[in-house]
Design a protein around this ligand. Structure first.
Ligand SMILES: Cc1cc2nc3c(=O)[nH]c(=O)nc-3n(C[C@H](O)[C@H](O)[C@H](O)COP(=O)(O)O)c2cc1C
Length: 151
C-alpha cells in the first residue's frame, strides 16, 4: 500500500478511508451497497470489527473500528477490492472508544432530509474526496450514525 502508513496497535483501532466507487451501475446503487453489506458483515462480526460505510456521489467513505490486527486484516481485503479505486486512508490510529459500534457493517447514503450532512458533503462545491480532512470525515460519519437514510 504505497504512501500509506498504518499502525496496528494491540488496542482499539480506527481506520477511515475514502475511495471512488468502481462498481458497475447495472444493479443500481442501493443494490450495490446491499450486496457489499451482505458479503461483508459476517467477516466483520467474526473479527469484532464494527463499521459505518457512507456512499455519496460515486464515492465511499468508511470507518472501521476494532482490535488493531483485525481492522488491518479487514482493511487489506477491502484495499484489494476492484469495486473501488483511488483509495486514500484519512485516519488510522488508536482510539479509546468506538464511535461506530452499533453494527458489524451499516451502509448509508444521505438523502434530501439529511440537509446538514449534504451541505457538509458539498463543502460549498462539488463533493471532492481529495479534500476530505480527518475532522470533516469523522464529523460526516458521526452525523450519519443518526441520519434517516439507509442504503
Ligand atoms: C466499499 C466497500 C466496503 C467494504 N467493506 C467491507 C468490510 O467492512 N468488511 C469486509 O469483510 N469486506 C468488505 N468489503 C468487501 C471486501 O472488499 C471483500 O470483497 C470481501 O471481504 C471478501 O469476502 P469473501 O472472502 O467472503 O469473498 C467491502 C468492499 C467495498 C467495495
Amino acid at each position: 500500500m504505497p504512501g500509506t502508513r498504518l499502525s496496528s496497535a494491540a488496542g482499539l483501532h480506527r481506520l477511515i478511508y475514502v475511495s471512488r466507487d468502481r462498481t458497475p451501475d447495472a444493479s443500481g446503487p442501493a443494490e450495490t451497497l446491499a450486496a457489499i453489506v451482505r458479503q461483508a458483515e459476517h467477516h466483520n462480526a467474526e473479527a469484532a470489527v464494527t463499521s459505518l460505510l457512507l456512499a455519496h456521489e460515486g464515492c465511499f467513505l468508511q470507518a472501521l473500528e476494532g482490535p488493531g490486527p483485525a481492522v488491518m486484516a479487514v482493511f487489506r481485503r477491502i484495499y484489494g477490492d476492484p469495486r473501488h479505486g483511488e483509495l486514500r486512508v484519512i485516519i488510522s490510529g488508536a482510539v479509546e472508544r468506538r464511535e461506530f459500534g452499533g453494527w458489524s457493517l451499516c451502509a448509508r447514503r444521505p438523502e434530501r432530509d439529511d440537509a446538514p450532512i449534504l451541505a457538509a458533503l458539498g463543502q460549498g462545491e462539488a463533493f471532492d474526496p481529495d479534500r476530505l480532512s480527518c475532522r470533516t470525515s469523522l464529523w460526516l460519519l458521526m452525523a450519519m450514525r443518526s441520519a434517516r437514510a439507509f442504503a
